[in-house]
Design a binder for this molecule. Structure first.
Ligand code: CUA
Length: 320
């Protein structure tokens, strides 16, 4: 199991997030300095005003010239500070666009209401696979994410790895990421997209190249066939019920793409885009009534007898 990293832009794990963090601290330091100066000058002015008391006299012409110099000086200093920050911001954006030195891995990221689909094409093989919730990437290699949306505007954001980028229906956006440390990095949808916007989470799992290659090979395999009589019954239920109208399980007749691909469901760490742990009791709870944990979700409840439910859970749990 890879170590879990918090969802934090202050703990960058790659070059893009590091550049954004450097820019953040520059803005923070300059703003803190300006704030301190303004408060100090304000304090000084209030002190002088108190000293002068309530006497009202016409200011001398030299005092007026002094004031004018202060106003002009402050205006020039403000303009130069803002220009400096603008240059730093543009330079950071430019540096971030220069990243991919080596050939990037390309992954299609498809945003749906309310889940993330990650589609991998394997070069040299006329095949691809699709997964949900977990985006696996090799450590140290740039990854080009090709972002699209099927319904409304969403936004892909992994604070530890990069800035956010919108996924827009009918438009192809690209975001580069690179993770230089192995780990699991939390991501979220960063554009309000409806009821379950807050539960549209995902995980970027950065792992060593060999580990990533093994994971990809396994995902390319067809789903394991049901072994025990209980799993076989579960498979029959899946195939004959409305489950198969929305989901894909590779190697079977279920190839619908309304909901996530379930071919290797049990290999994922969480269910319902991070809402529930991926274990038998939560899977059963989810199948019984998805609206209970994710109100508004498009998945309908599955009214089954207790025995049938056990069989369906056993089959889905066998999809390693
Ligand atoms: Cu998708 Cu917010």
């Amino acid at each position: 199991m890879t170590p879990l990293t918090a969802h934090s832009a202050l703990e960058p794990a790659g070059p893009l997030a590091s550049q954004i963090l450097r820019l953040f601290w520059l803005y923070f330091d300059v703003s803190a300095l300006v704030f301190t100066l303004v408060i100090a000058v304000l304090g000084l002015a209030l002190g002088r005003k108190a000293e002068a008391g309530s006497e009202r006299s016409e200011p001398s012409s030299s005092a007026q010239r002094g004031k004018r110099r202060v106003v002009i000086g402050a205006t020039v200093a403000t303009a130069l500070t803002l220009l400096g920050l603008l240059v730093a911001s543009v330079a950071t954006g430019h540096a971030m666009a220069q990243l991919p030195a080596s050939a990037p891995l390309r992954v299609q990221v498809i945003a749906h209401k309310w889940w993330w689909e990650f589609r991998y094409s394997v070069s040299g093989r006329a095949t691809q696979f699709s997964t949900a919730y977990e985006l696996h990437v090799p450590v140290g290699q740039p990854v080009e994410l090709q972002l699209v949306a099927t319904d409304v505007i969403h936004s892909f954001w992994v604070p530890s790895l990069s800035g956010k980028r919108d996924a827009i229906p009918g438009k192809h956006n690209v975001l580069l990421i690179r993770a230089d440390r192995p780990g699991s990095y939390e991501g979220a949808c960063a554009e309000y997209c409806g009821t379950e916007h807050a539960n549209m989470r995902f995980l970027v799992i950065a792992e060593a190249k060999a580990q990533f290659a093994a994971w990809r090979e396994h995902q390319l395999d067809p789903a394991p066939a049901p072994q025990t009589p209980l799993e076989q019954r579960g498979f029959q239920l899946f195939a004959s019920s409305r489950c198969a109208a929305c989901h894909t399980i590779s190697g079977t007749d279920a190839f619908a793409t309304v909901g996530p691909d379930l071919s290797h469901l049990a290999s994922r760490t969480r269910l319902a885009m991070g809402t529930l742990a991926n274990d038998p009791s939560h899977l059963q709870r989810w199948l019984e009534d998805p609206q209970r944990d994710k109100p508004g979700v498009q998945m309908p409840s599955t009214p089954l007898s207790a025995d049938d439910q056990r069989a369906l859970v056993a089959y889905l749990r066998s999809l390693r």
